[in-house]
Each structure stands twice: as C-alpha cells, then as structure tokens.
Design a protein around this ligand. Structure first.
Ligand SMILES: *[C@@H]1O[C@H](CO)[C@@H](O)[C@H](O)[C@H]1NC(C)=O
Ligand SMILES: *[C@@H]1O[C@H](CO)[C@@H](O)[C@H](O)[C@H]1NC(C)=O
Length: 177
C-alpha cells in the first residue's frame, strides 16, 4: 500500500498554487530584482554523477557522442566540500557534439540554505571542454526566483580526470520577481 503524506513545505517562500496566484496579481515590471550568487559545485563521477545511457556508437566516438549522465552535485559557499551547503545542481549532461567534447546540460539549482530554501533556478547550456569557462542561460525559476532569466558562468577550480572529481566555481546573475 502506498500512503502519501502531505506536509507543508518549510520553504522560505509559499509555493502553493493559491500563493502563486496571489503573487501573480502583484506583478509589476518595475519591481524586478537583480540577484548575484557565487558558489562552488562538487562533482564526483560514480558518486554525485552517474552514467544513465549510452548509444551503441558512443565507444567508437572521439567525442563520446550519445553519452548521458545524471547528476546531483552539492553546492557550497566556499571551495571546500565542508563549507556551508547552499543546495544542489540536479540535472543531466549529454555529450552532444560530433566535433568536440561538449556537453548539453539542462539542470536545476535547488537551493536549501535558509534565504533561498525551496527556491530553484533552471539553466540550460552547452559547455565545450576546450573552453576555459562556459556560460549557460538562466531560463526560469521558482519560489524567490520566479520568472528568472539571466546568466550562469562556470569555470574549473579543480579537476582530476583519473578520479572523476571536479570542483566548479559558479557565478549567477539573474533578474526575477
Ligand atoms: C528547508 O526546507 C526544508 C523542507 O521544508 C526543511 O526540512 C529544512 O529544515 C529547511 N532548511 C532551512 C535551512 O531552513
Ligand atoms: C588525481 O588523482 C590521482 C589519484 O588520487 C592522483 O594520483 C593524481 O596525482 C591526481 N592528479 C591531479 C592532477 O591532481
């Protein structure tokens, strides 16, 4: 038997349908907010990320074309994994280029720290491994980041291909209501 327990979310912002309807009535373009965030993302292949699918041709591809991973990487305020936890980057990465190693990453930043607890930012982008940094688009958000749009830039802070560990330094600039 499956029982569904409905609990109220202890989110920083009320995200119930009724609360969102009420919020929409107060929308005014003059009230847009600009938020800048800076944090680190901890990626470890085999732990916070795993391969979920692969094409039969992937092994023969120099760019791993057709490889699909899913991830749930912790986000922290500082570069150490023990530093304050801000949330998670949850999403998928698809090796999506035939010409270079490049991932297509649709993902959500799920915030769990006090101020943004329960709010999310949705991002989309392509990230060629040859670039020193890459930029993705903020395409939306929820909770305190409703109607968000903006930019996410990331660059490598630490990378070890042998262990599959990577720490990315991430900056977000987003306009939202
Ligand atoms: C964030 O919300 C969750 C879910 O309601 C709650 O369990 C958690 O204690 C909250 N965290 C903070 C830091 O307020
Ligand atoms: C990567 O990790 C391996 C195994 O722990 C280690 O031997 C190697 O020195 C590391 N390389 C870099 C560049 O940190």
């Amino acid at each position: 038997m499956i029982s569904i327990v409905i609990t109220t979310c202890n989110c920083a912002i009320d995200q119930s349908p009724k609360a969102v309807r009420k919020w929409a009535k107060t929308l005014n373009p003059a009230n847009q907010k600009l938020t800048k965030l800076h944090f680190f993302c901890h990626h470890l292949h085999g732990a916070t990320a795993t391969t979920i699918a692969k094409a039969t041709s992937t092994d023969a591809s120099p760019t791993f074309f057709g490889l699909l991973d899913t991830r749930d990487d912790p986000l922290t305020l500082g570069p150490e994994e023990s530093s304050e936890r801000l949330g998670y980057a949850q999403g998928i990465s698809a090796a999506a280029s035939l010409e270079e190693i490049s991932s297509f990453d649709p993902f959500t930043f799920v915030f769990t720290s006090k101020e943004h607890n329960g709010s999310t930012l949705a991002a989309l982008g392509s990230c060629p491994i040859s670039r020193p940094s890459c930029e993705a688009a903020v395409v939306g958000g929820s909770g305190g980041f409703r109607l968000a749009r903006g930019s996410v830039t990331s660059k490598s802070y630490y990378m070890n291909f042998t262990t599959g560990k990577a720490i990315l330094e991430i900056s977000v600039v987003a306009l939202h209501y």
